[in-house]
Design a binder for this molecule. Structure first.
Ligand code: ATP
Length: 650
């Protein structure tokens, strides 16, 4: 029975119907959230704020959502704030008459530029009190600031920041400056925002033109079971829609105009909007694959070690390429764009979304090159004439064709359509090498061939039954079989670096070790999994130290779950994902990864972890999850045997 039910969206709001939402209503909400450690409570608090906005000032829901996410547009549009501390310090100094060095020293002491900004305001002297800030105004100004570029843009940014800063009241300064720095970080991730929106839409349905009291309190009289049923349904629709169409600019108007239940019809997959990709489960050998897919038809494909490329073509011929993370990579690949015309028969193909892997390619030897070579390519605004590393694109799926989404079609059909509509060109476009077989020897042989062909191993996919494209899911219907399975736990692990230990001896001047964490999406927290000091070259250590020094925070975050015995010399913001290998996983009394899943009080830690590479294509929240860690732990030979013995003994 959520406490949100007790909240009254009109009576309990601090502004009136048809007024703009004051920014302070939002920052007060942030303060409450920041002081809460319970995830459910945070969602309730945010849902209550959204409910008031829905009823009183519907136009402000969209900017409110973006401000909660510390973003200004769908992430694939790449409009980012993240202003340098010096720019913000300059604005704070000019508004408050304090010197840069005073502010700098406060930041050093307190660690959070937002709190320093708030404290500095007591120095502020102004003749006329500016009018209070409104959510929509702040959002518009933040967008203007983000869009400024070119010469003297810093000065212009500082001016705009100042005009906002002088109007700040109470906690507004703190959150304004944190938002500008791109470090709102109050522990609200995308899933919580979607849950809060779902809760608000359950309690206060937004598509009612005139809210009579019984609608505002729509769910007050529902039993707890009925309420949960309704919330679960709405939340499923909103979250599924967001995976297919991660764009609030499209979703929110539909919620208001047509209601949540129309989302599946009105916010569909479309070229130009990246969808979250389908992912695979690790397996440790051909035996396991055959066991899991017993009785199903499946295919084995080479698993290429490059970068995922989702290629979109719309009806007007616009082409966009998105990364695994829905980042816009179009300007990275002018070569792919140019070559697309060679295989795009416009009589047959008006629009499409291709799922592919772009792989570094040796044109002379006609072979695949390792991922490390691909990662030397320029990330943005590449000039075709400057490109040294050639790529070949391996097409493995077709998700959309000529106005129709194919994600509900079985893979066999999608693959047929792919092969019937596109063609191969040596060294430019290839279909993923595949083999449809259920024979163990043939799968084993194909795995070995894939490794000789410089691939990571195989992807094994169901063809007909349970073979839809599962957006944003790590599906049981896609299995990965990597060559690494021979040496350990079946897969590498992607973790977030959250702390550093200062190096000694040969490693003086850099970090000598790091604290790593996995991500628990249920509690939206980072849980420590191991310390690491192996696998780094000297050059790696220098680069990591250089990069991480800009992300040091004074204390661990409230959403870091770390035992005090592991306290690092420096804590970091969760900003970078590292791929690591380990020998095995074991229960740990100090580490907190997956605590409560395998054991009620112990977590899981990695033994003999070794650094492999940085995963630039993953957000911290895409790190290996607590549940995956628990699954990997349970899937280890010795644990399976142990469990079998235990049950035999019983
Ligand atoms: P990792 O890449 O470390 O294995 P991940 O979580 O990014 O982890 P996985 O689910 O493990 O992704 O593997 C899927 C990735 O493999 C895809 O994102 C894609 O980039 C790549 N890939 C290469 N070849 C294929 C293929 N034939 N089919 C599907 N994905 C492929």
């Amino acid at each position: 029975d959520p406490s949100a039910k007790k909240y009254h969206p009109i009576d309990d709001a601090c502004w009136k119907k048809n007024e703009k939402v004051p920014y302070i209503a939002l920052t007060k909400t942030f303060e409450l959230i920041e002081d809460t450690s319970s995830r459910l409570k945070m969602i309730d608090i945010l849902a209550n704020y959204y409910r008031s906005v829905i009823v009183l000032s519907p136009d402000d829901l969209l900017p409110s959502i973006y401000l909660c996410l510390n973003s200004l547009a769908p992430s694939y549009e790449g409009i980012e704030l993240g202003l340098a501390d010096t720019t913000l310090m300059k604005a704070i100094a000019q508004c408050t008459g304090r010197t840069m060095s005073q502010i700098k020293s406060d930041i050093h002491k307190i660690g959070d530029i937002g709190s320093v900004a708030e404290n500095s305001r007591s120095n502020q002297r102004i003749m006329v009190q500016p009018s209070p800030l409104m959510v929509s105004h702040v959002f518009t100004k933040l967008r203007e600031i983000a869009n400024l570029s070119g010469s003297s843009s810093v000065e212009k940014k500082v001016n705009k920041i100042q005009s906002l800063f002088v109007a700040c009241r109470e906690s507004e300064a703190k959150f304004l400056i944190r938002s500008l720095a791109g470090k709102l970080r109050i522990g609200l991730a995308e899933q919580s925002v979607l849950s809060a929106l779902s809760m608000a839409c359950t309690l206060t349905p937004p598509n009612q033109s005139n809210y009579p009291p019984e609608i505002i309190d729509a769910s007050k009289n529902l039993t707890a079971d009925k309420f949960k049923e309704k919330y679960d349904k709405i939340s499923l629709i909103i979250k599924t829609t967001y995976c297919e169409c991660p764009n609030y600019n499209l979703i929110i108007p539909v919620i208001f105009n047509d209601g949540v239940y129309e989302l599946p019809n009105k916010c569909k997959l479309r070229p130009g909007v990246p969808l979250k990709p389908m992912l695979a489960h690790p397996t440790k050998g051909v035996q396991e694959v055959l066991k899991r897919f017993d009785g199903l038809k499946f295919t084995c494909e080479w698993k290429y070690d490059g970068e995922r490329a989702q290629i979109h073509v719309d009806d007007d011929g616009n082409i966009t390429i998105y990364s695994r993370n829905q980042e816009n990579n179009t300007s990275k690949y002018p070569d792919i764009i140019k070559r697309l015309t060679n295989i795009l028969n416009r009589d047959k193909i008006k629009s499409c979304i291709l799922d592919c892997e772009s792989v570094a390619w040796d044109n002379d030897k006609k072979q695949i090159l390792p991922f490390q070579i691909l990662s030397t390519r320029k990330r943005k605004n590449a000039n075709e004439s400057d490109i040294k590393v050639q790529v070949c694109v391996f097409m493995f799926d077709l998700l959309y064709l000529n106005g129709e989404s194919l994600v509900q079609e079985p893979f066999s059909k999608r693959r047929d359509l792919l092969k019937n509509h596109f063609e191969e060109i040596e060294g430019e476009w290839k279909f993923a090498t595949c083999l449809d077989t259920t024979k163990i020897e043939e799968v084993q042989e194909f795995l070995e061939e894939s490794i000789k062909g410089n691939c990571e191993g195989l992807m094994i996919k169901t063809l007909d039954e349970d073979a839809t494209y599962e957006i944003a899911k790590r599906s049981r219907n896609w299995l990965k079989l990597k060559k690494d399975y021979l040496e350990g736990i079946g897969d590498t692990i992607d973790v977030v670096v959250i702390g550093g230990y200062i190096g000694k001896g040969k490693r003086t001047g850099t970090y000598g070790g790091f604290l790593l964490a996995c991500y628990d999406s249920t509690n939206e927290e980072y849980q420590s999994i191991c310390k690491i000091g192996t696998g780094f070259s000297e050059d790696d250590l220098t680069k990591h130290t250089e990069f991480l020094k800009d992300h040091i925070v004074k204390t661990g975050k409230s959403y870091y779950r770390v035992d005090s015995s592991l306290e690092p010399d420096h804590w970091f913001e969760p900003v970078q994902v590292w791929e690591i290998k380990c020998a095995d996983l074991s229960l740990s009394p100090v580490h907190t990864a997956a605590v409560g899943i395998v054991d009620s009080s112990k977590g899981i830690s990695l033994r003999f972890p070794r650094f492999i590479k940085i995963r630039d294509d993953k957000n911290p929240e895409d790190a290996t999850s607590a549940q995956q860690i628990a699954d990997m732990y349970n899937n280890q030979e010795q644990i399976i045997n142990q469990q079998a013995n235990n049950s035999a003994n019983v």
